[in-house]
Design a protein around this ligand. Structure first.
Ligand code: MN
Length: 324
């Protein structure tokens, strides 16, 4: 009989990293890490667990991972699942503990924070900043008594950790998420992490360079309540998509935004933000396309074929054609 193994399966973005970090600060355990770029959410199928093993899944849609989850449960693997993405029906299985909350104002790290009764809340704040939940992050940070300059540094940290996960493959990233977690997990204090490790400054400088390029772009299509941007085929554009979308959303909160970048199959990867002032419709729009998924406030399409671009622009105009 082999000794039981544990697998920590997490989205490689700030929310996934900080969710796992909080859990392992509270309950350290040896684990095999399974992670990837932010958009690589089909992670459970990569878990080679057997009867008696266990897994923790963080910040990856249960619906997307349903088949692999059911297979793991059926083969005797215990699974603990924390997430805020579209889940569909949550399987009723005695070996599954699911903590799912899909409401717009939360993220996986905030769900973990509730689960741990706030024990490592400062990392939930970092994650909330990274997941575009600035108001929630600020509210929690102020309640912790943090000073404005500390809050600014946590925001910068969250945005940089999050930015590092954007790309089509791990080759596009500044640091592989498993390597980033290996550095991060040595620090309970984010300010010590920022002081002692140059990795966050390096990501931050790369992020600012990429953003400078994106800000030169003009929209491809403009609707009454939203705009569609098309990025060129370049490494910086594969990284910048998400943060550029966040900046568009924040600078025009009444408007929706779609950011499209070329993918490896000659089509586009699409990310859609509903207006911050009325965070609805992004999931409805993206699920009209076969590889679309996400939440009402922010959703995406993994692969939009080149010839479907006019359909997408029409659908975008239908859903975001009138001011909210
Ligand atoms: Mn998340």
């Amino acid at each position: 009989m082999n000794p039981p193994r544990h697998f920590d399966v997490f989205n490689g973005d700030a929310d996934g990293l900080c969710a796992l970090h909080q859990l392992r600060l509270a309950a350290p355990r040896a684990a095999t890490l399974v992670t990837g770029v932010k958009r690589d959410v089909s992670l459970l199928e990569r878990v080679p667990a057997r009867d008696g093993d266990s897994a923790t899944a963080l910040d990856i849609s249960l619906d997307t991972n349903r088949a692999a989850l059911l297979r793991l449960l059926a083969s005797g693997v215990r699974v603990e699942y924390f997430d805020h993405h579209y889940a569909g029906d949550i399987p009723g299985h005695p070996a599954l503990r699911a903590f799912i909350d899909t409401s717009p104002g939360t993220c996986t790290s905030l769900i973990v924070d509730r689960h741990l009764a706030g024990r490592h809340r400062i990392w939930a704040i970092v994650a909330a900043f990274g997941d575009n939940l600035g108001p929630e992050a600020r509210r929690l940070a102020t309640a912790l008594g943090l000073a404005d300059d500390q809050i600014d540094r946590l925001r910068e940290l969250g945005e940089s950790l999050n930015y590092n996960a954007y790309g089509d493959s791990e080759d596009d990233l500044f640091v592989r998420p498993a390597a980033l977690y290996a550095i991060l997990h040595r620090y309970a204090d984010p300010f010590a992490f920022l002081r002692d490790e140059p990795v966050v400054r390096r990501i931050g400088e790369g992020r600012r360079n990429d953003m400078e390029m994106a800000r030169q772009l003009r929209p491809e299509s403009v609707a009454a309540a939203g705009s569609v941007y098309l990025l060129p085929d370049a490494p910086w554009s594969r990284r910048v998509r998400g943060v550029f979308g966040n900046e568009l959303a924040t600078s025009a909160p009444e408007r929706a935004h779609a950011v499209l970048g070329p993918d490896a199959q000659g089509g586009y990867t699409v990310s859609v933000r509903a207006p911050l002032a009325a965070p609805l419709g992004a999931d409805t729009l993206c699920r009209e396309f076969p590889t679309g998924s996400g939440r009402s406030a922010a959703a995406g399409i993994n692969h939009l074929p080149q010839e479907a671009l006019p359909d997408f622009i029409r659908a975008f105009g239908r859903i975001f054609g009138a001011a909210p």
